[in-house]
Design a protein around this ligand. Sequence first.
Ligand code: CO8
Length: 257
Amino acid sequence: MDKVLLEKQGNIAILTLNNPKTLNALNGEFMSQIDKAIDEVNEDPNIYVLIITGTKKAFIAGADIKEMLPLTAAQTLEWGKIGSDLNTKIENLRIPVIAGLNGFALGGGCELAMACDIRIASEKAKFGQPECGLGITPGAGGTQRLPRIVGVGKAKELLYTGKIINAKEAFEIGLVNKVVDHEDLLDECLKMAEEIGANAQIAVQQIKRSVNMGVETDIETGLAYELQAFSVCNATEDKKIGMEAFLNKSKEKKFIY
Ligand code: CO8
């Protein structure tokens, strides 16, 4: 695991992608290291939020073009599935994931960022799906998650032109939640992670599941998921803690989970 750094600060895990020589381009070995780190986070019940960030000028500058060039169509299918499955794993992770976007988030990098729950961008971050200029299409969610996040029209514009946009433009189209000063990026991510971590985690995780499942289905089915999550949380000790604290006008809330 020489190209990823996994640190834990209380209930928050920070995964730093650290292969600056190729601007964190995603190759097979690198993806496998990211995948293992995510498994480690998932297996730790004390971790409430994961932050994924990059190093120097890149979050991830895309899939590794050198590694992709010689692949046959069949090999590309297999290889692309590794990236696609990795993003699905991030999207479906039990806990919220915040992408701390420090620099280039292009192609597979933008796709991984879009699989995260929340995107916080440094003013220096840059975004785009430049695949069609390389003669390929996105392969790890670009044509699927981008329209879901920014709408079909804007997504098609970005996908067809392959143009690179800055953080301010990304914010304006709703691709990122907020833009912050470059030097404040990690602190801003930690601040949001702490806000999330202060709540009842069973509720946060049920909300993540309800939103993820709900946006992929009709409203009636989505509302049924939500009602189920609502009733699950109503049976927890944390509900008692949260509601009693309100009624007793107490700021002290020690959620169990
Ligand atoms: N693949 C391989 N190497 C890369 C990549 C990449 N995506 N991006 C940068 N590098 C390498 C460069 O080749 C260079 O290496 P070297 O020093 O040996 O020449 C080094 O990183 C530094 O890059 P630059 O010198 O180019 O740095 P600049 O600051 O001048 O430019 C850019 C930065 C604009 C980010 C530029 O490097 C660039 O355009 N990179 C390619 C961006 C791109 O096209 N990304 C999309 C790739 S395709 C893709 O992501 C498909 C996803 C499919 C599914 C994914 C499954 C995993």
